[in-house]
Design a protein around this ligand. Structure first.
Ligand code: UDP
Length: 265
């Protein structure tokens, strides 16, 4: 059984804080019960957010993290930490086969344009010639993994007998301002950069230590950030074209309207 249910975009989980807490806690608890009854392997999609705003970089699995338990992001972070604790307790007490993937920032072709995360935001903005919204000064870092690499890592983890959490992500780390510049260049865009306030508790550093996955799963990402951006641009362009052609046609102006002769003021 693969348990991936949860919003993952900060915009989404800030909009649905209680449901995010419920799906990460009660949802995981029920899913584990079902996996136990069926005798299935249970794979939990956890997150690099369990490390919070880390004091160590890169983050290895044995780093316990620095999470604000009552900050706005806590609904996601703490629910996932609870989910890891619950899954581990089931593995210990019921000898269940539990796998925990700590997924770092991932991007891919099918992300929603209004997802709110940085990749869809920057790509949609660059392709429309709008300013790219960099939060804070853009010195915070992230490490982005293409979804094809992530799926390969998840599959290998599912088929393994590895206990305990495993980081899955691309260690190629980049500051957000440099990501904005890279997207502008690769999209051949003339967009400017607009600085906006940094959201509360936004982690300043994030980069996976993937030694464990490399050693035990023989896994490491293949798609570089530049290649990945080039690969997803056509899909975002297509989504934008589709969404603009789906917009309702503007109401005809009085001058163009066939009804114009009959309009009484
Ligand atoms: N970010 C940004 N501009 C945006 C959206 C996000 O500068 O339009 C920043 C955000 O502050 C964070 C990073 O990009 O530092 C990644 O944000 P995202 O929401 O994609 O995921 P997170 O890693 O925070 O969960």
């Amino acid at each position: 059984m693969l348990h991936f249910a949860s919003p993952a975009s900060p915009r989404d989980y800030l909009r649905h804080p209680i449901h995010t807490l419920k799906v990460g806690s009660l949802g995981t608890y029920h899913a584990l019960g079902l996996a136990k009854a069926c005798g299935s392997v249970f794979l939990l999609a956890s997150t690099s957010e369990v490390y919070g705003d880390p004091e160590v970089n890169p983050q290895p699995e044995n780093y316990w993290g620095r999470v604000n338990p009552v900050g706005p992001r806590s609904v996601y972070d703490e629910a996932k930490r609870f989910a890891e604790a619950t899954a581990t307790a089931y593995a210990r007490e019921h000898r269940m086969k539990v796998r925990i993937a700590r997924i770092f920032n991932t991007y891919g072709e099918r992300m929603r344009l209004d997802d709110g995360r940085v990749f869809p935001n920057f790509l949609a903005q660059a392709l429309q010639g709008k300013p790219l919204t960099v939060y804070g000064e853009g010195v915070q870092t992230r490490s982005f993994c293409h979804v094809s690499d992530l799926v390969e890592g998840l599959f290998r983890l599912l088929c393994s007998d590895l206990h305990g959490p495993v980081n899955l992500g691309n260690p190629e780390e980049i500051q957000l301002l440099n990501l904005a510049r890279l997207v502008i260049r690769e999209a051949r865009s003339k967009s400017a950069i607009a600085f906006e306030p940094l959201p509360q508790d936004d982690p300043q550093l994030r980069r996976p230590d993937i030694t464990r996955a490399a050693t035990h799963l023989g896994w490491q990402p293949k798609v570089t950030l530049r290649e990945g951006i080039r690969q997803v641009i056509p899909c975002f362009r297509e989504q934008l074209d589709r969404s603009s052609s789906a917009l309702p046609k503007p109401a005809p102006s009085l001058r163009e309207s066939p009804e114009v002769g009959r309009v009484r003021c």
